[in-house]
Design a protein around this ligand. Sequence first.
Ligand code: IPE
Length: 255
Amino acid sequence: MKSLIITKLGGSAITNKHIPFFAKKDVLKNVARDISILMEQYKFIIVHGGGSYGHFIVKKNKLKKKGYANPLVISEINQAMLTLSNIISATFLEKGIPLFTLHTPSILSLEGKKLKMHLRPIEYALNSNLMPMLSGNIVLDKEKNRYAIISGDVIMKLLAKILKPKLAIFGLNVDGLIDPKSGKVIRQIKWQETLKFTNLIMKTQAPDITGGMKFKLLQAAKIAQLGIEVRIGNITKERGLYNLVAGKGIFTKIT
Ligand code: IPE
């Protein structure tokens, strides 16, 4: 039985956050090549972020993380995320990866404060040797016109909780968590210490709508708390994701 790895492709790694609708095809090709090798040994679930697709529309419309929105805006965000999902899936397919995009707002719903995930399509895809992919996106609430923007980091946490993967990887465009004092990557932290580090990092990073690095770290800590090792590192480098899975090179490990 192949063990399961859940991998987040961060928006800042796979898109240029400063240019609307700019997917970094070279990064996606590298990531796809790494996965095409690794999938001989592991099963993967991919989760991708919004980057200059979803986040751009959110910012343009000054949307909050949750609330009420014009249906046209909700539709536009969903469309932007599907466009990015399609670019990723086409790139992966070219490398022989049977990626299977599962549409986040069709798998997740909000029942008031509770976020519900419909797990079967994910399980059935895995059983059929497909590689499920989800993304951060808008999720609809039971209440009329109410929405929430759900980060891919939250989806990672939900997947970890239910599916108990061997490893959870957060792919970024930096080598890991950088200690602002030394400028060096923090190589290992315990989940109990994450709060201390998030406060350090918060002072140096501008948050985005889904909370930026602080929020990501908190989700990562919740995953590590389940006994699942989390690795945060750079997937924009040649063999970046491959090395993260192999445990080679520089990255931040949360245990
Ligand atoms: C954001 O997802 C989704 C939308 C803005 C619609 P993430 O929060 O996972 O995206 P990144 O990784 O920060 O870009």
